[in-house]
Ligand binder design. Structure first.
Ligand code: URA
Length: 410
């Protein structure tokens, strides 16, 4: 196979053949295609796109670059949720245990935060002891015990995606619909699922800024999943303001625990129930009961324990991760809060140290924002619109300025 000719063909808008795509990914995984060529191909795909058959072939090739989770024939139904990411989006922490409450298995492979969007693995690792890297035998042990496992991608699962994502990340080729589709679905197919619900976000705090772009991604995901035999549903959800009232790793876990205990907040509970009910065998009302009667909270504690986390620290996370500076952002006039821009909140959290600009960066679990007010709320002058948790006064000041750029009161 002559790789430069394939890159040139895609650059000129040609359709790559199924066998060519499989061979490209096979050689790339083995280290036989250099990063410069793969990056050039990703850029050609970014500009030229792919037809449905090419996207399906790419997804399948990435899936087969590694191993899949294998379930016994009598295993319960496997379900999962995947979100394209947003600000304050802690829904995975709630939906995974919630879905496991009715006996389904939830083998959730999640990602880390990158750019302004947070990641489930970083949030979970703010729980002392919690292990997100498990070997395959531990994955099966945890799921058999609890019905759920919350892990990161391993070297064995979709290694081609891991390699390709790190190139896309530094070559401006992340926001490509076929590349996003193949990246997300190859990992979800590797989980051996029966049903998947996809939460595709659109708005200032999402990859896809407009509803139309999100719709296009949703259609690509559904079509590709259908071609590869996975039953998926998609919800499009706005991400113009943060979900719930908190953004930042430990602060989001604290809020998620409240939601698992049936204490809301309303927007967070609503989105979790809407997504979970689409793939669950239980009704929405029954899922809500699991939040209210302590079942979902107990399930979360079981999962934390099974993955090495210190359950006794769950109700003390605010003390475990306490930022030295806490600053209120107050309304400078009275009126209705029209905008609390997710992008600006996400950027503030990233710059506080709660996110990462490069995948090798470490994250600060303690920093972020809480008490974020929802749009539509009437506020008086001096009303607290958000509370910043920072390492220093200067970091808090910079975060306040960033957040203020995204606030409109009228
Ligand atoms: N999430 C992924 O897993 N991959 C992408 O390409 C984008 C979001």
């Amino acid at each position: 196979m002559h790789v430069p000719s394939l890159i040139a063909a895609k650059r000129d808008g040609a359709v790559l053949k199924h066998e060519e795509i499989h061979e490209l990914i096979r050689l790339f995984t083995k280290g036989e295609i250099p990063d410069c060529q793969m990056s050039a191909l990703a850029m050609a795909i970014y500009f030229r796109g792919m037809i449905a058959e090419e996207t399906a072939a790419l997804t399948e090739a990435m899936l087969h670059s590694g191993s899949m989770l294998r379930w016994p024939s009598n295993a319960p139904m496997r379900v999962d949720k995947h979100s394209t990411g947003g600000i304050g989006d802690k829904t995975s922490l709630i939906i995974a245990p919630l879905l496991a409450c009715d006996g389904a298995w939830v083998p959730m492979i999640s990602g880390r935060g990158l750019g302004i969007t947070g990641g489930t693995l970083d949030k979970l690792e703010s729980i002392p002891g919690f292990l997100t890297r498990l070997d395959e035998s531990e994955i099966y042990r945890v799921i058999e015990k609890t019905g759920c496992v919350l892990i990161g991608q391993t070297e064995h699962i979709c290694p081609a995606d891991k390699k390709l994502y790190s190139l896309r990340d530094v070559t401006g080729t992340v926001p490509s619909i076929p590349l996003i589709t193949a990246s997300i679905l190859s990992k979800k197919l590797a989980e051996g699922l029966n049903r998947l619900i996809l939460d595709v976000k659109h708005g200032s705090g999402a990859f896809m800024r407009t509803h139309d772009e999100a719709e296009e991604l949703a259609q690509s995901l559904v079509k590709t999943a259908q071609m590869l035999g996975l039953k998926v549903s998609v919800h499009l959800n706005a991400m113009n303001e943060p979900t719930g009232h908190a953004a930042g790793n430990a602060l989001e876990v604290i809020e998620a625990i409240g939601c698992l205990q049936g204490k809301g907040p309303t927007d967070l509970e609503e989105i979790c129930l809407n997504l979970a009910a689409t793939v669950s065998i239980s009704s929405r009302a029954r899922l809500q009961t699991f939040l209210r009667d302590g079942s979902a909270w107990r399930k979360f504690q079981q999962i934390v324990e099974a993955q090495g986390g210190d359950v006794s620290k769950l109700d003390k996370l605010g003390q475990v991760h306490r930022a030295p500076v806490i600053r209120d952002v107050r309304a400078d006039k009275s009126g209705v809060l029209h905008q609390m821009d997710a992008y600006q909140v996400g950027l503030a959290v990233l710059n506080l140290g709660g996110g990462r600009s490069r995948s090798s960066d470490s994250v600060d679990f303690a920093v972020g924002c809480d008490q974020i007010v929802k749009t539509g709320t009437k506020v008086a002058i001096g009303h607290v619109l958000a509370r910043i948790h920072a390492r220093s006064e200067s970091a808090a000041e910079a975060a306040e300025q960033t957040i203020r750029r995204g606030i409109t009161i009228e």
